[in-house]
Write a protein of this length. Structure first.
Length: 169
């Protein structure tokens, strides 16, 4: 059954699925070992692609294929990928393709706990989540990816410091 589905995929979808299968575990390790900001800086230095295209019909189609591939790869892995891992990989795929997607994180209160969720938007439309996700998880005012600097040594140094070292509370 799985073989039939694989054969129905286009060459692009197969390539994206294989890349996602490789990237998801690496991003999971990177997030756990480095944290979001340091992983962001490290990958930006190693692979400095730049989002440069507005969302035209071809880029939207490509972005949707990438989102489906990342979701499929997340189901194939040995453990479930988190929303942040899936979204970060999708966002990075878009960036490498020159498509200006945004990684968004929203938070809501559930009883006495906070719940967070991550997704990717293209021109304000969620690619890898329900269209109304922002109603359930109000996003931070600025997309996460616009608040993280890619190659700034100052950002890398600041993220490596503890709050006490950085002079914060």
């Amino acid at each position: 059954m799985a073989w039939r589905r694989w054969r129905r995929l286009s060459g692009l979808e197969r390539r994206l699925l294989l890349q996602a299968c490789l990237c998801l575990p690496l991003v999971a390790l990177g997030l756990r070992g480095l944290g979001l900001r340091r992983l962001h800086v490290l990958v930006g230095r190693a692979a400095p692609g730049r989002a440069r295209l507005a969302a035209g019909p071809a880029s939207v189609t490509w972005a949707q294929a990438a989102a489906r591939s990342v979701q499929a790869a997340a189901r194939l892995g040995p453990r479930p990928a988190t929303c942040l891992e899936r979204s970060w990989v999708l966002w990075w795929f878009l960036r490498r393709a020159g498509i200006a997607g945004e990684l968004v994180i929203g938070v809501r209160k559930c009883g006495d706990r906070l719940a967070a969720h991550a997704w990717v938007e293209l021109d304000g439309v969620p690619l890898n989540d329900a269209p109304d996700v922002a109603q359930h998880f109000p996003p931070f005012p600025a997309p996460v990816t616009s608040t993280l600097a890619w190659s700034s040594p100052a950002v890398a140094e600041a993220t490596a410091k503890t709050p006490a070292q950085a002079g914060g509370n």
